[in-house]
Design a protein around this ligand. Structure first.
Ligand SMILES: Cc1cc2nc3c(=O)[nH]c(=O)nc-3n(C[C@H](O)[C@H](O)[C@H](O)COP(=O)(O)OP(=O)(O)OC[C@H]3O[C@@H](n4cnc5c(N)ncnc54)[C@H](O)[C@@H]3O)c2cc1C
Length: 496
């Protein structure tokens, strides 16, 4: 289980790759025009690291991870499809790259090959203000898309903290969640239809609407496939009108257990909150203090409602009655609004975690009946196994469903080992303990960051006897295993 993730043992962690088969470079330049094909070493270096801690650590210690052989920047869906046909014929790996903000190593070219940067596919193709949908190319930046919608009084209600660095395709490929997913759903819940370039070089379109009874929902196959089945080139998404009111409020609970039960009440009573975010006692005392400046003892919760002012106010009033009965302290609107204004600051320097610290977001999701016990078990396991090394555990509950909630928990170690092999071994052990504890308590290996390379080794444990079915779908769509090899559990080396 604790297999090496990237960078093998020994003095040369990233052995040199064999060259690309003859003719591939010429074929790529023929399809994507020479100025959009790069083998420049600086470009290759830049694309060898995404937002996964491990490659960043290797780079920091002077060992740049394996780069792609070549980076291509196609300008149309047809060009993307043609690149896949070339790769398929030559049996060369292909890795899609959106914004590179993924934290799971999903966009890393660990086996070299062709990296397909999708950012030239950045056009909004149609906004249907009557049906409230937008059709856009997959490489469009999340922030750009949102600003264009806002100009028309609309919003794509997917607000990840990485919106300004991520792309639309990157939202969908790992099934991301944004800040207001509790009301509006995960990225995958907002999709109407997709266009996907397949490894055989064809472009497939899913049906125009997602809710029908005309056969299985093959669109969903591509949501969560993280570039292992094809490349999303276009998506039609549902949008919403910008709400007339957004109300935020902060509460303080005596502990996580009390806050969890109050949050559950809001969900099962269908009060339709926009957001419920509850920080555990340790996060409240550290992160909330650092970012928002409040010194509080307990579990800090933000709750929000939006829509028509009178309806949002009525929902909030109901929620306040539940919170009062739970003994929560109402901290008022100002701290709730401050959190909304500063919600992304938690994740960026200088306030978020960054090197030289070692950190990882070991997030998961489960039902209400198991969430408290799972949180307690993960906290206990990380503190028991790694506390003596200075590793800290913090968590908050960020995305709520009518049946459960996600636990966004993290480990952080301020002074990790300097030796990169030692640092990697410790990092992987932390992940093993965290993920195995999630699985043992009915949790998923992940709720919204995706699987990528980081969690690939846990997919068989997650799916059990159902795994061969997933593998057979992969084999049918990508028989030569060119698409993002080694990710999402589809590892040609482990297939036998
Ligand atoms: C500071 C920070 C905050 C974050 N906050 C959030 C958050 O709030 N919510 C959240 O869900 N995530 C969050 N993330 C994780 C990450 O930003 C998201 O997963 C994001 O949606 C990835 O988009 P991207 O365009 O950067 O994808 P990339 O990192 O480029 O790629 C991610 C994966 O998707 C594949 N991929 C990319 N584009 C396509 C495509 N068009 N077709 C097929 N496969 C593709 C890649 O091969 C890779 O496997 C955060 C990350 C950071 C660094």
């Amino acid at each position: 289980m604790s297999s090496t993730v990237i960078g093998g043992p020994g003095p040369q962690p990233f052995p040199p790759l064999p060259p690309l088969p003859e003719g591939v470079m010429d074929a790529l330049r023929g399809v994507v025009s020479p100025e959009h094909v790069s083998v420049n070493d600086v470009d290759r270096l830049v694309y060898s690291v995404d937002s996964f801690w491990l490659p960043q650590m290797w780079m920091d210690r002077g060992f740049p991870p394996t780069p792609p052989h070549v980076i291509v920047h196609p300008g149309t869906a047809q060009e993307v499809a043609a690149v896949l046909r070339i790769a398929n014929d030559a049996r060369v790996p292909v890795v899609p790259w959106g914004g590179g903000s993924g934290t799971q190593g999903g966009a890393l070219s660990t086996r070299g090959g062709i990296l397909v940067d999708l950012k030239r596919l950045d056009r909004i193709l149609e906004i249907d203000e009557y049906s409230l949908t937008v059709r856009a190319q997959a490489g469009i930046n999340g922030g750009q898309l949102e600003w264009a919608l806002n100009d028309r009084g609309l919003t794509l209600p997917h607000y990840p903290a990485s919106a300004n660095c991520a792309t639309l395709g990157g939202y969908l490929a790992p099934r991301g969640s944004g800040t207001i997913s509790t009301k509006y759903g995960k990225a995958e819940d907002l999709v109407m239809s997709l266009e996907v370039a397949l490894p055989n070089g064809t472009l497939a379109r899913t049906p125009p609407v997602p809710n029908h009874a005309s056969g299985p929902d093959f669109m969903r196959l591509f949501l969560g496939s993280e570039g292992t089945l094809g490349i999303i080139t276009e998506a039609t998404m549902r949008v919403e009108r910008l709400p007339a009111a957004r109300l935020f409020r902060a509460l303080l609970f005596r502990d996580v257990a009390t806050g969890l039960e109050a949050g559950r009440q809001l969900m099962v009573q269908r009060l339709n909150p926009l957001v419920i975010r509850m920080y555990d006692e340790h996060s409240t005392a550290s992160l909330v203090k650092r970012v928002l400046g409040y010194e509080l003892d307990g579990a800090y919760m933000i709750v929000g409602f939006d829509g028509w002012p009178e309806i949002a106010a009525a929902q909030e009033a109901r929620a306040m009655a539940i919170f009062e009965a739970a003994g929560a302290r109402d901290l008022g609107r100002e701290p709730g609004e401050r959190w909304w204004q500063r919600r992304y600051d938690f994740y960026y320097p200088p306030l978020g975690f960054h090197l030289p610290a070692m950190y990882g977001t070991i997030e998961t999701v489960t039902t209400f009946s198991r969430i408290l016990e799972m949180y307690q078990a993960k906290k206990a396991a990380i503190e028991r196994e790694f506390g003596h090394l200075g590793v800290q555990y913090i968590g908050h509950f960020s995305h709520w469903f009518p049946w459960g909630a996600s636990l966004y928990d993290r480990f952080v170690m301020r002074e990790p080992p300097q030796d990169p092999h030692e640092a990697q071994a410790l990092h992987n052990r932390l992940w093993d303990v965290a993920v195995q504890t999630s699985l043992a308590h009915g949790g998923m290996i992940n709720e919204h960051h995706g699987v990528g390379l980081k969690l690939s080794r846990f997919m068989r444990a997650q799916y059990g006897d159902a795994w061969p079915l997933l593998q057979s779908l992969k084999d049918a769509i990508d028989p030569h295993g060119i698409m993002n090899p080694g990710k999402v559990g589809f590892d040609p080396d482990l297939k036998a």
